[in-house]
Design a protein around this ligand. Structure first.
Ligand code: VGL
Ligand code: ZN
Length: 212
């Protein structure tokens, strides 16, 4: 995608650039904060910016602390499928759930909060982890005529990848801006997420290629 293609039908999707995913946070992604200047610069290139915010109640079922005798980063079976148990993170209203202080947010037209139901996690900006419960984002984008998405944020192999794959399945044109993302990379999760995204028709680019 070249700058000429960044027209009125493109939205910049900024996934979960929150303190808990940045160094020092509860579920820190290595160099998570490095995406902030890249994303801020990109915001000038795209008229429509949309943020997502991981937004869990304290009793959320994805937190290892809410299960007896289970360590973070282990898997359990949930009614909707396998689920990683995470350290407690992005609790509603906490400083960890706030956007990184340097992330420009004033220009965002929409903030989608996700993961707010105690019994179900939500990685994707489009569907919760049962892959059926919609967040409403697809309807918003369609009604606004936004058919092309630039994907950025944290973490590449979880919330960004799930969002990109759902967006492709819903028929959106999707480009992942590689240097505007960082990964958790647990047990090969980054490589498999990149494979799945490529196979589903997600394009990859460097942010520099979006400037003339
Ligand atoms: C995320 C794990 C748990 C993410 C959110 O934003 O990638 N990962 N909650
Ligand atoms: Zn979460």
């Amino acid at each position: 995608m070249r700058p000429a293609d960044l027209g009125g039908d493109t939205a910049l999707l900024i996934i979960d650039v929150q303190n808990d995913f940045c160094p020092g946070g509860a579920l820190a992604v290595a160099e998570g904060d490095a995406v902030v200047p890249v994303i801020n610069r990109l915001q000038g290139q795209v008229a429509t910016r949309i943020l997502t915010q991981d937004w869990h109640p304290a009793d959320h079922s994805s937190f290892a602390a809410n299960h007896k005798g289970v360590q973070p980063f282990t898997m359990i079976g949930m009614p909707y499928g396998a689920q990683v148990l995470w350290p407690t993170h992005c609790v509603q209203g906490s400083s960890g759930a706030a956007f990184h202080r340097d992330l420009r947010t004033d220009g965002a037209e929409l903030i989608i909060r996700k993961g707010f139901r105690p019994q179900i996690d939500s990685y994707s900006a489009f569907f919760e982890n049962d892959r059926k419960t919609p967040t409403g984002l697809a309807g918003y984008l369609r009604e606004r005529g936004l058919s092309k998405l630039l994907l950025t944020g944290l973490a590449t192999d979880y919330c960004v990848a799930y969002s990109a794959l759902d967006a492709r399945a819903l028929g959106f044109e999707v480009t992942l801006v590689e240097d505007a993302c960082r990964a958790i990379d647990m047990n090969g999760s980054l490589a498999s997420a990149m494979d799945e995204m490529r196979q589903s028709g997600v394009s990859l680019c460097a942010s520099d290629s979006l400037f003339s």
